[in-house]
Design a protein around this ligand. Sequence first.
Ligand code: CP
Ligand code: NVA
Length: 308
Amino acid sequence: MTAPRHFLQLSDFSRDELEHLFARTRWIKSEFKSYRRYWPLVDRTLAMIFEKQSTRTRLSFEAGMHQLGGAAIYLNTKDTQLGRGEPVEDAAQVISRMVDIVMIRTYEQSIVERFAAHSRVPVINGLTNEYHPCQILADIFTFAEQRGSLRGKTVAWIGDANNVFNTWLQAAPLFDFKLNVSSPDGYAVDAARIAAVGRNHVETFADPMDAARGAALVTTDVWTSMGFESEGDARKRAFEDWQVDGEMMRAASADALFMHCLPAHRGEEVTAEVIDGPQSVVWDEAENRLHTQKALMEFLVLGRIETQ
Ligand code: CP
Ligand code: NVA
């Protein structure tokens, strides 16, 4: 049996494979919008394992699998034996004998890696503390729909250097753009991650306004990610000045877009003026989780299908 492909980090896929996913996403989205049925995954089953909460990820994978003709099963770790200490390796052996593809949302990246190492079927990272690769698929696809290629452009990340940021960092060399990042003292980007990407593709700024200057895309995320709730009060104080507001958007390029993976906290990391304003594409971004992940599941289960 050949080892299955997994999507645990964005960098698990080559630029060519990611471009293939985007081409398939365009076609799958267009067929869906035209009410044409596309059921390549009839009789295939997706298991979705959630150890953290979710709205978009659950809905987009579950609806996406149904729309591809297959079935999706929601498993919450609290309701399974995983929540009672069954080893991840054992769960992977069993679950992957019963379904065709698995999506996991959990804490440490090592958990999805251990699961994948013992899985007979492809495993998708639906968010870990370190990465959120499905989110960046949707974000780059959304940018391409609105503005074209990111090549040579600047993306500004304002705020916590978290899982979504780490994934943008992997995207920068793959798609040849520059990532400007500004985070408060004590929450700075891990130096090893910057070194891994190289200074051509990432620059850190003390002042978030400087990070935003000239950017084609300004993006941010919550000040406190899932799993870090106990730090919430300290983070509220530390991140007070790392809010994307109208002034920051005016410092960016005149046609800059605003993105946020959601859920958002208006009045914290972003003002209502920005997220509900004309430069914001957050609803398209959320919708594109559905279309990009359908292309991802098609690729992982069936391999490369060329668009006619
Ligand atoms: N952006 C995102 O992954 O949202 P959910 O937490 O609702 O899945
Ligand atoms: N960084 C956030 C993203 C939620 C989709 C978190 O990990 O909670």
